[in-house]
Ligand binder design. Sequence first.
Ligand code: FAD
Length: 480
Amino acid sequence: MDARSPKTTDFDTLKRRLADALGAKAIVDSAEAMTPYLAEQRRRYQGAAPFVVRSASTEEVATTVTLCREAGVPVVPQGGNTGLVAGGIPFAETPAVLVNLERMNRVRDLDATDYSITVEAGCILQKVQEAAAEADRLFPLSLGAEGSCQIGGNLSTNAGGVHVLRYGNMRDLVLGLEVVLPDGRVWDGLKALRKDNTGYALKHLFVGAEGTLGIITAACLKLFPRPAETEVAFVAVTDPAAAVELLGRARAATGDRVNAFELIPRIGLDFALKHVEGIEDPLSEPSDWYALVELASGRADGSLRESLEEFLGTAVEDGLVSDAALAANERQAQAFWAIREGIVEAQKFEGGSIKHDISVAVSKTPEFITRATALVKEMVPGIRPVPFGHVGDGNIHFNLSQPEGADREAYLARWDAVNEAVHELVVSMGGSISAEHGIGYMKAAENARFKSDVEMDLMRAVKHALDPDGLMNPGKVLER
Ligand code: FAD
């Protein structure tokens, strides 16, 4: 069977069968009600679907997949629809049923002794963080969309965020999974085991698969002790190389208690000051570059503050740091973080922005920023690079605001050409064209071009083994 030619395009019959099996409440089919499910975060693409199914249990997801399969109709899984590579929406060219997991939002179990939590895939990330906190535990995944993204989406994109440096990305945080397979069977791998060497690590196939191999319905996740003491500093650094050097020193000086280490360019702070309410410059003198540093410790004995002051003092003497503001309280710490989060929001007011989510080895980030900046300035005179983000993981959001006064649409028309040049550079430096957002629809063709034949063969073999008919989120990750 080929997903491009469904056995039947009689979506009304399929919809009726699904409504009979799941109840009318599960079906969303008015154009107005479907709008938010079909909108794409960056408004670069428009989704289309005959209807949306909101399955409320694992059994209902399995039934949905089975009935769609019998009709030869592909399914596209969707969580909070906050993904940034157009992976969670179907397109008119491949008619598919959109399966949203929002009704599967229960915490099934929390075991404080095991340091584990078992949740349904539709749980909002913030709800999981809160459930852990109530039990005096920490679920460390944290990212800008945490109030609306879902655990199933976080797993399927192998989400990263600001705490990867300390706790790893979503792949490192998962103990077990429950998945509805493309043939409608349920794989129950919902174990809380820290050790299990009984063959292939099946759960890792589904993490980062972006819904192309099955629909995750539940997950058992790792929890951690809650930090007793946190320190946040907004530090003026000489340049990105100084930031990387400071990171290395901070890790050593604190016994690896660096929770987050974000790079912020002056232009990013200027944008936030101009466009986001309540943002203030924490330092009196401007600097070209800043690092936002967060340290956390299980002991509330003031030693973290001491280490912070000590390594920053030495960094000032060595010319890496010119000034620093240390948060005196939680409110100030949040104000420093608001600058980092405000950069994304503020860029929207500066016209078109061409985005990259790249990674290179941490030590190569300064070289990447220098070379990529020169490259794009040559391609588009007047372009305004805003390289920021998780420098602690070598992950830079190399976002490029249009030249002042330029025509927005004409600038955005260069998106693919600019991406191609920057990604060529990234790959030549041994890096990745997608550090944490995934491939989705947006980067599928490019990914195929950059990966080796061996890698693409292996990926296609896995896809074919699990989804031989190509009915699970077609056209995403792998080109059709
Ligand atoms: P969706 O967007 O709904 O889906 C994403 C992909 O997962 C799609 O391919 C979809 O088909 C698949 N999928 C969803 N649910 C399931 C399921 N249950 N089973 C199988 N497949 C499924 N990402 C980072 O990694 N780090 C960041 O710091 C970060 N910051 C962000 C900040 C903002 C403001 C925004 C808007 C996004 C950010 N992202 C970040 C992008 C990130 O990928 C998502 O926010 C999140 O991980 C996706 O979750 P979601 O529930 O919205 O998934």
